[in-house]
Design a protein around this ligand. Structure first.
Ligand code: TRP
Length: 354
């Protein structure tokens, strides 16, 4: 039985400052996956206009994400780094998926409800269709594995539903055109055009929380800049933010169980563990019984040691826009060739003349 070639795809929106949560939760995972996989990493600029059409310095925002990928260690020669709008096939497949997905499916998306808020009638149609474009991003390469944060799980389930409905509804056409692949979906052998995408959710720190409130995720959109460590922060700013991070008055526990009900302590220990490639148990065996006045300076030193080289490289890349633009252009060309191969087959399956 033939099967789909494993391929990793993920995307990051060019909106706001990248922070430690993005790095530990996503980008570091992207870097690890490139060792043993073919990977495509995309700056999703088409998604960035769904919530807000006009952005200050869109080109700078796009370059910053690409620079963060590369500064963190992604190799743009072996893999593909590009911006979404450079490959119009994403939008073309998204339109087809708009005709596959049902309004009832979209109505269940919790992120749309959160982002649209109370004024749903005034949200853009693009924001509503966002998950359909996300499915197209992945499936236009027939990608199989998608590293994301756990807030994106529902969108990936929708991508599976879209792929499955397309495979079912066009099963005869797919067979006739000879573009299908024999694969297994659970226990069942099927002949499919699109693969079943697998989310890769776990990582060293799937959830990095706000430094001001350990129950909220660290976020680009939090009004307080003290709530997050940005990838472009200098050592002094990182130090200030960690020293000011909210904590409780108790010493650190010696066991992970002792972090229960202490979200801020849990978050800082989790960050230390992720940055040092240790488990929380190991961190607590070192720092258990110590006050935050000891732990925080250690966390500052570690954060600066890990982030400073990345920040430095990002700055260097951002200063040379022609270099970064060249990387994106080259990635875009390679992505376009692969996406067009899929789209030719999709058009043929549907029956469009071309
Ligand atoms: N929606 C994702 C996020 O906000 C970004 C994204 C867009 C994405 N297209 C994607 C992630 C495709 C993975 C695969 O994080």
């Amino acid at each position: 039985m033939s099967d789909f070639q494993p391929l990793v795809f993920s995307g990051v929106q060019p909106t706001g400052n990248l922070h430690l949560g993005n790095y530990l939760g996503a980008i570091r995972k992207f870097v690890a996956l490139q060792e043993n996989n073919d990977c495509i990493y995309c700056v999703v600029d088409l998604h960035a206009i769904t919530a807000q059409l006009v952005h200050d310095d869109m080109p700078g925002q796009i370059r910053a994400i690409a620079a963060a990928f590369i500064a963190s260690g992604i190799d743009p020669k072996k893999h593909i780094v590009f911006n979404q709008s450079a490959v119009p096939q994403h939008a073309e497949l998204a339109w087809i998926f708009n005709c596959v997905a049902r309004i009832g499916w979209m109505n269940r998306m919790t992120q749309f409800k959160d982002k649209a808020g109370k004024d749903r009638e005034n949200a853009s149609l693009g924001l509503f269709a966002y998950p359909s474009l996300m499915a197209a991003d992945i499936l236009v390469y027939r990608a199989t594995h998608v590293p994301v944060g756990d807030d994106q799980k529902q969108h990936l389930e929708l991508a599976r539903d879209i792929a499955q409905k397309f495979n079912n509804d066009f099963s005869e056409h797919i067979r006739r055109a000879g573009h299908g692949i024999d694969t297994m979906v659970g226990e069942e052998a099927v002949h499919a055009f699109f693969p079943t995408v697998e989310p890769l959710i776990d990582g060293p720190a799937p959830r990095v929380m706000s430094l001001r409130d350990g129950t909220k995720k660290m976020s680009k959109s939090d009004a307080s800049d003290l709530s997050r460590v940005n990838l472009m922060d200098d050592a002094e700013t990182i130090s200030k933010k960690i020293r000011k991070a909210k904590t409780d008055p108790d010493a650190l526990p010696s066991e992970v169980d002792g972090l229960k009900g202490r979200p801020e302590a849990d978050n800082l220990v989790g960050i230390y563990a992720a940055l040092s490639d240790k488990t929380k148990e190991q961190v607590l065996s070192e720092f258990g019984g110590q006050q935050f006045s000891v732990f925080k300076p250690a966390l500052v030193d570690l954060s600066v040691a890990v982030l400073a080289p990345i920040t430095g490289e990002m700055r260097r890349l951002m200063d040379d826009t022609s270099h970064i633009d060249g990387i994106l252009r080259n990635g875009g060309e390679r992505a376009r060739a692969r996406a067009e191969k899929t789209m030719k087959q999709v058009r043929e399956i549907i029956g469009f003349l071309q």
